[in-house]
Design a protein around this ligand. Sequence first.
Ligand SMILES: Cc1cc2nc3c(=O)[nH]c(=O)nc-3n(C[C@H](O)[C@H](O)[C@H](O)COP(=O)(O)OP(=O)(O)OC[C@H]3O[C@@H](n4cnc5c(N)ncnc54)[C@H](O)[C@@H]3O)c2cc1C
Length: 385
Amino acid sequence: MTHDDVVLKAQEIAGRVLTPSAGQNDKAGRFSTEAVESLGESGLLGLMLATDFGGLALGPRSFAAVVAALAEADASVAMVYIMHILGAATISAARPGAAQAVTPMLREIAAGRHLSTLAFSEAGSRSHFWAPVSRAHRNGNGNGVRISAKKSWVTSAGHAQSYVVSSLAPEGAGPTDSTLYVVSAKTPGLSVAGPWDGLGLRANASAPIALEECDVASHFQLTEDGAGFPAMLNVVLPLFSLGSAAVALGLCRAAVAGTVSHLKSAKFEHLGQSLGESLPTLRAQLAEMQIDTDGLSARIDDLVDHLEKPRETTMLRVLEAKAAAGEVAISVTSAAMRVCGGAAFSKHLGIERLFRDAHAGAVMAPTGDVLREFIGKSLLGIPLF
Ligand SMILES: Cc1cc2nc3c(=O)[nH]c(=O)nc-3n(C[C@H](O)[C@H](O)[C@H](O)COP(=O)(O)OP(=O)(O)OC[C@H]3O[C@@H](n4cnc5c(N)ncnc54)[C@H](O)[C@@H]3O)c2cc1C
């Protein structure tokens, strides 16, 4: 499938599967297994995997466009998809000693039968995911490690077939000397440790998981000992930033479309005009929403270009994109709430779901505050860690 094919496919799934149930799933906090099935059947779960595994071998441009199309219909599903693509990318970047063992898993992902995700954040180090407080211990049989960890939020918890888990390396000396492992959902000791009842992204099952003395064989150790941190920075962060920005873009586009529709259809009957015809102030706010949305779209294109042709400024763009997108999504959806008035507030329009979902981007790690801290430090030549 080409870039255009996958974008069309994502739009088709968004219209047929996501849009009809997004409101209901949000209300019930229900994870959409049908969405994951459709993404699997269409081949989109293997979007970025090599053709050797049956993947589509497409790049960041296609990833961003697919995510934005899904997010416009249902940001919860889009976030499930992002975490899966990140999990798949980390598994496929496995060190040589794990490459053979993870091949069947990668084939299952490309065949649409395996959903993965990331389990980085820990209760002990909160949003500082680069510094897990759990530590893997060599197990007695000399083949792998035993991990106990409290992972505080894991998108697709209880629904994924595998979790990419971070933990301090057995002999790691510093706080970022972590190792990444892929842990099957069936591993004894791994369990969903609580419910997910968030303000937004309510349908993505971002519940805590607990690992209690989980044995992980050495061939499922994805990075060399202590090399989890560079993998987080180089494999995960660029795609996470791009994906988060694309979710924000989808939310903004949905907010603009919902606002246009309301301003055209809601009437001041006593004036014989629609809201949009009647009030210049609403038109001006709508225009700002559109300007911000297109600005975000241009920023995403710029990040894609930097990821396709890496250069000195690429990491700065990676940090900037997620930081900026989180704020734009909050600003545009807040404007939609204001412009659409009581109709939005009383949940008639579905715009308040966009507003709630938009608030997740800034608190997902690296949070908007942390990103600004990193950008400021890097401009001043101060070490980030
Ligand atoms: C919907 C959702 C899905 C998620 N999915 C996953 C997932 O799949 N996998 C995963 O690993 N994690 C996931 N997370 C966790 C997420 O990435 C963060 O770790 C989590 O939201 C942090 O919340 P906290 O209360 O621990 O933040 P805290 O660390 O307590 O932060 C509190 C405040 O302090 C600010 N702050 C913290 N450190 C600094 C600093 N150095 N400088 C300036 N300000 C700072 C923060 O910006 C924030 O405003 C998810 C979270 C949400 C909400």
